[in-house]
Design a protein around this ligand. Structure first.
Ligand SMILES: *Cc1c(COP(=O)(O)O)cnc(C)c1O
Length: 457
């Protein structure tokens, strides 16, 4: 078969494209694309006999890829940017080239053990016990869903044990703050679990607020879990994890911490104390594809007691019996810890980069974004036409340009992107449209941001 034959020319073609991309000192931001434009590029492309790969790669490199904004540009300040290390990007190619799956210990012992070494690094930073563990999943959303399924089923099981069969059909609830990530809302809807929404003062969930909400609730026994965020995507705010964790212990709630964006701050000594209490988590999500410089798509999902997750997520099929050891020998099947079966060994790019670069390099790169956010905050405070909405937290800066409406922020952002100066989107804060920088890329300099701020004058 031609398409499976060794093809040195194709290898060279792709390798040289990749080499060129990886040699760029700064990836170009590029532009949004219209439907008509990309449709025209793709029209009639798929044929029975196939096409010359060089022609298709040119179409991708010269046209399609230009309509893909580079999340790893140091000028990408919108949403949450990406900044994968070179080692991680290159090892991602190894994972693909070797079809490295990470389903079970039987099939992939070395890959699974290496992934677990990277998970261990995160679990240790959080102060979770030595037997904590889990798996890398596709993203924070998948991690939150998988963790809260375990929370629901574990707690349901406990209720049935204590209250009898009637508890099997009781409606359950999860306490969340009004600042929880949108994926939490979606998760609860999928799980058919209601939310007890705890109002926050200053956008931060505290143990006191949680306790007060439970005390004021007519039916607090139906609340079986609580979700805290460390930190929020919009503002980088870290909930009172110690307070929330203590209430969770006291009331028997499952304590889930969503650190998809901000969990990386665990490695930054300048902010580490704000995470006090994270060690109480029953489950924790941290996205390496955000602030731990791994390629998409990679989220770490870690449980305090992995056997609870295994009891919920293990898929039972006769053809899978072989991956479950019955002779007592060691086994760790990543597939048993989340809602998935087949999975690529997506933790390996992080693992390779971590081992190659060393942990200090991670600390330095994370601290860079935090200190840049502080420096930009100071610049904003000193500009009379700008206003800092709140003290920057982690890598996020919220600011206001006096006199601007939502349309002004949009027009400004569009112009900056057109001129390839930056990609920046506005956000909403207490009902108002404001400006927001999300810093993460170690290549982002204060001068780049000054160039952006200069255009607000
Ligand atoms: C990004 C994010 C998520 C969702 O993670 P994905 O990897 O995009 O699925 C969940 N929670 C928080 C706090 C996030 O920042």
């Amino acid at each position: 078969m031609r398409m499976h034959a060794v093809d040195a020319e194709l290898v060279d073609l792709i390798q040289s494209y990749v080499a060129e991309r990886l040699s760029l000192p700064e990836t170009p931001l590029d532009h949004p694309g219209s439907k008509a434009q990309v449709d025209a590029l793709l029209d009639g492309l798929v044929t029975p006999e196939g096409r010359d790969p060089r022609q298709v790669l040119d179409l991708y490199a010269d046209h399609l890829s230009q309509t893909v904004l580079s999340a790893d540009s140091p000028r990408f300040f919108a949403f949450i940017p990406a900044a994968p290390t070179k080692a991680a990007l290159l090892f991602d190619m190894v994972v693909s080239a070797a079809s490295l799956q990470g389903i079970s210990w039987l099939e992939a012992a070395g890959a699974v053990a290496a992934e677990n070494q990277a998970l261990r690094w995160i679990a240790d930073a959080a102060g979770l016990p030595a037997d904590a563990g889990g798996a890398f999943v596709s993203g924070g959303s998948a991690g939150n869903l998988s963790a809260l399924v375990v929370a629901r089923d574990t707690q349901r099981h406990r209720l049935v044990e204590s209250d009898g069969e009637a508890a099997r059909h009781r409606r359950l609830r999860v306490a969340v703050s009004d600042q929880a990530h949108s994926s939490i809302t979606n998760t609860l809807s999928i799980l058919d679990v209601d939310a007890l929404v705890v109002r926050t003062a200053d956008h931060r969930l505290t143990g006191d607020a949680l306790r007060a909400a439970l005390d004021a609730d007519p039916d607090p026994d139906t609340v079986v879990a609580v979700v805290a965020t460390s930190g929020t995507t919009n503002a980088g705010i870290i909930d009172d994890l110690a307070g929330v964790g203590a209430v969770a212990r006291e009331r028997g709630l499952w304590f889930h911490v969503d650190g998809a964006y901000g969990g990386a701050g665990l490695f930054a000594p300048s902010v580490r104390e704000r995470y006090a209490g994270i060690e109480l988590a029953d489950s924790l999500v941290v996205d390496p594809h955000k602030w731990l410089f791994a390629p998409f798509d990679c989220a770490a999902l870690i449980y305090r007691r992995p056997r609870l997750a295994k009891a919920v997520h293990t898929q039972d099929a006769s053809y899978l019996d072989a991956i479950h050891a019955d002779d007592g020998s060691y086994e760790w099947n990543p597939t048993d810890y989340a809602y998935h079966l087949t999975r690529r060994a997506r933790g390996l790019p992080l693992w390779f980069s971590l081992v190659v670069n060393g942990t200090d390099a991670y600390t330095d790169a994370i601290e860079h974004a935090i200190s840049l956010a502080r420096a930009v905050g100071a610049e904003i405070e000193s500009a009379p036409h700008l206003e800092l909405v709140r003290e920057p937290s982690l890598g996020v800066v919220l600011f206001r340009r006096r006199g601007w409406t939502a349309q002004d922020y949009d027009a400004w952002g569009a112009r900056l992107l057109r001129e390839q100066v930056a990609f920046i989107t506005s956000t909403s804060w207490e009902g108002e449209t404001i400006g927001r920088f999300a810093f993460l890329h170690p290549g982002t300099t204060l001068d780049m941001v000054r160039e952006v701020l200069a255009t607000t004058a």
